[in-house]
Design a binder for this molecule. Structure first.
Ligand code: THU
Length: 137
């Protein structure tokens, strides 16, 4: 899977964004270790807090279909610069992804993107390893 195709899927996924409140569309395309793509968009709600980001939509679709290993996610939004994932979505990524290897692709256009690793954007993530340390006491 090339990055350009993944970027294209994220751009297409943005079209389904349900954003009557912010009018800020976001699209994501999540690549599994096996080469499948799950897309997502943001889905807002009149009560505001139930809003789901595009990235989490993609992750939850994939995980609910049995996927557990991921290689990369492309993200694009209605911004005129690279859109970084919110903190909550970074934490969801940390649950499933290798921080040094998982690639977060910030997409402006099919040919204009920046790649960062999960570790770069979420250093010192809280993970199951921290829970296990607590259980020893
Ligand atoms: N949003 C995302 O979908 N992903 C992000 O990484 C940042 C924020 C959405 C949530 C909300 O629907 C809108 O963008 C404005 O915050």
């Amino acid at each position: 899977m090339d990055i350009k195709s993944l970027a294209k899927e994220a751009i297409a996924a943005k079209e389904n964004a349900y954003v009557p409140y912010s009018h800020f569309r976001v699209g994501a395309a999540l690549l599994t270790a096996g080469g499948k793509i799950y897309t997502g968009c943001n889905i807002e709600n009149a009560a505001y807090t139930p809003t789901n980001c595009a990235e989490r939509t993609a992750f939850f679709k994939a995980v609910s279909e049995g996927e557990r290993e991921f290689a990369a996610i492309a993200i694009t939004g209605d911004a005129d610069d690279y859109l970084y994932p919110c903190g909550v979505c970074r934490q969801v990524m940390a649950e499933f992804c290798n921080p040094k290897e998982f690639q977060v692709v910030l997409v402006n256009t099919e040919s204009d993107y920046r790649i960062v690793t999960l570790e770069e954007i979420l250093p010192g993530a809280f993970t199951v390893a921290d829970l296990e340390k607590g259980q020893k006491k």
